[in-house]
Design a protein around this ligand. Structure first.
Ligand code: ADP
Length: 302
């Protein structure tokens, strides 16, 4: 197969591993830098051009790995490959859904996926009510566009919650106010979904004095056995968003698993190190089974 990794940093562990895994299976794999792509969207001949003048044709599969700051342009390039009939591991619309925490939670709640009780509002007049919706302090306040735990704040008291919410509002930031799952005890689960299976899972534990388990904030990772219910909920969440490859984050609450987030470009380093599994190899294997042979109908080329 001819595979493209559509991303922006070729040196990341995840990208290096995917390249290694594809090459060791005899595939051609190229790193496609999102920033170097430009597009022809006229008439009925969609093409992705690359800096230097080359046309990116003949791909059997694209693995989009779009960093949050490049979501808009990265999903546009992914969409262009879709227009060309190229199989994309995650489709652009699914990536866009997962990038918006509110949209994600709305879609999951419609299908009965459990999550921490969450409130969202625009006007500062609704602050008190918003805290009440989330069950009262302590609450977790999240910036809608935040990643890697930045923009996630624990407000221990009503007063602290009001101050933080009003401060974010005065900056015109969009925020969620969420029930704090105390029993999670600074831990969460990352379930790595490929297709309709969890291929690996790990537990992340927050650093001392921290409630956020993100590795970027000093969290540590361990192998974990997840329960059948957790497995079911994680696969269902990825499916609802339309993601074929996803990192589903879950906290263990007293009333069962609750979904925090679904990530469309889950990192490979932590999960491969914690589990010893060849996650990159399993992603390529999934493409081998599921990517249709290249059918670029619109360009008329094979
Ligand atoms: P990000 O996308 O920035 O990683 P998350 O919503 O995943 O934001 O939150 C970061 C971390 O904070 C989670 O991995 C989890 O450890 C902790 N956390 C988030 N929400 C809650 C909550 N409602 N209750 C308890 N812990 C939480």
């Amino acid at each position: 197969m001819k595979i493209g990794i559509l991303a922006s940093n070729p040196n990341l562990y995840s990208h290096q591993r995917l390249i290694e895994a594809a090459e060791s299976r005899g595939h051609e794999i190229n790193f496609i830098n999102i920033r170097n792509c430009y597009m022809n969207i006229s008439a009925n001949n969609p093409i992705v051009h690359y800096t230097g003048g080359e046309d990116l044709a003949g791909y059997d599969a694209i693995i989009p790995r779009i960093r949050p700051s490049l979501t808009f342009y990265g999903t546009a390039v992914t969409r262009q490959f879709e227009m060309m009939g190229v199989y994309c591991l995650n489709e652009s619309v699914a990536i866009s859904r997962s990038r918006d925490k509110l949209r994600t939670l709305q879609l999951l709640s419609r299908k009965g996926v459990p999550m921490p009780t969450t409130g969202f509002a625009n006007s500062p007049e609704d602050t008190k009510d918003l805290i009440k919706i989330a069950g009262g302090a302590p609450v977790v306040i999240k910036l809608l566009e935040g990643t890697q735990g930045m923009g996630v704040v624990l407000a221990p008291t009503q007063k602290a919650a009001e101050s933080v919410i009003n401060a974010f509002k005065s900056l015109k930031a969009n925020i969620l106010v969420q029930e704090f799952i105390k029993e999670a005890n600074g831990k969460d689960l990352r379930c790595f979904v490929v297709g309709d299976r969890i291929i690996a899972s790990m537990q992340r534990t927050a650093a001392e004095g921290e409630f956020r388990a993100n590795v970027h904030l000093g969290g540590s990772v361990d192998k974990v056995r997840i329960t059948p219910t957790e497995r079911k909920v994680a696969v269902k969440a990825a499916k609802i968003l339309g993601l074929r490859c996803a990192g589903v984050d879950i906290v263990r609450s007293a009333s069962g698993p609750k979904i925090l987030e679904v990530n469309s470009s889950p990192g490979l380093q932590g999960i491969e190190q914690a589990t010893g599994k060849d996650v990159a190899g399993m992603i390529i294997e999934y493409l081998e089974k599921n990517a249709r042979p290249n059918k670029v109908k619109t360009t008329g080329k094979g």
